[in-house]
Design a protein around this ligand. Sequence first.
Ligand code: NDP
Length: 352
Amino acid sequence: MRQAKVSKERDIAVSKKKLGLALVGLGHYATDRIAPALQNSQFWKLTGIVSGSPDKAAQWQKEWNLAQDNILNYENFDRIVDCPDIDAVYICLPNSMHADFTIRAAKAGKHVIVEKPMATNIADAERMIEACRAAGVHLAVGYRLRFNRFHRQIAEWGRNKTYGKVDYINAIFSINVGEPGQWRLNQTLSGGGALMDVGIYCIQAARYVTGEEPVSVKAQFGPVVDTEKYAEVEGSISWQMKFPRGTYVTAYAGFEHYIDELCIRAEKAFYKLESAFSYGPLSGILRTDEDHIQPIDLPNEHHQLMQMEELGQLISSGHPPPDYASGQEGLSDMKIIEAIYKAAETGEEIYL
Ligand code: NDP
């Protein structure tokens, strides 16, 4: 008992010193989502940046009062080893750059938070996990919805069979990706199209609501609406997953229209989130019979702040990131993504 109290006090004492974080890649996600979370964080302090854009770097340095030594670019990144104020990096780069910068950060002794998808293939994901293990640093994937109350609620209902076994899940996440010519439409930088970028949320949801791994997948690429824009990656894809206890999942990811919902049919209820996967506000309903529909009444919180605070509390007190945001979790998704692409390309059911 006394031991637990002492260790709790120690955890809190350690966490009083904020962890220094360097953001790697100052695009939309770093600027609009992570930086505001850091401004409100109890556990993190922005102490460095890594950018290929000198103008942005100068602006951030001024705004955040950053030391000159902690302003790095992609070429001189390895100098991060000599930046004692940087404990961890948060990688917000195009997907194919995640592996290289994770491995370089690990070699420099820095903890890593890497955005989803953690890599563009299984081999890179495995190399990232191994590099962090060998260096004794933590690796977390930015699965922001794993820290979100709505998603935790439906995952709990699903896995605990609160309303009976989940028979069927339909998950759709489709966004307006925007202009041609961006990295998301470039196979080398993105590793794939709508599935890599937004389909991963549907895969995640199916896994955490069932608490199981899929047994097999089938998939179909959607029609190509713009042959120039989608010359390299898929603009849409639908797929189906069978889970070991019989749950059947249908899913769709797209780049042309905004659709954002997650429907779950269990033996004794139907529950649904809409918006489900975007930054929110999220909302949902629970229907336990024809006449009884109630809202899923939970507070909407800043996704990235929730993520950063939970990760920060754990890491600053010497604990690893939770399993649901670990490198292994990211690797599991990579295996499913590769199987879905193979299924779409071959027309076959692929067993995992
Ligand atoms: P952006 O295009 O907005 O930003 C990417 C940044 O990476 C650029 O601004 C640039 O920063 C840097 N960069 C380095 N090399 C390149 C290159 N060759 N082409 C383009 N950019 C380059 O992308 P996002 O911020 O939207 O996405 C970054 C990562 O975050 C992706 O992995 C994505 O999947 C993930 N993401 C996650 C979300 C979530 O909800 N969890 C939501 C959105 C994105 P600089 O100029 O500083 O060098």
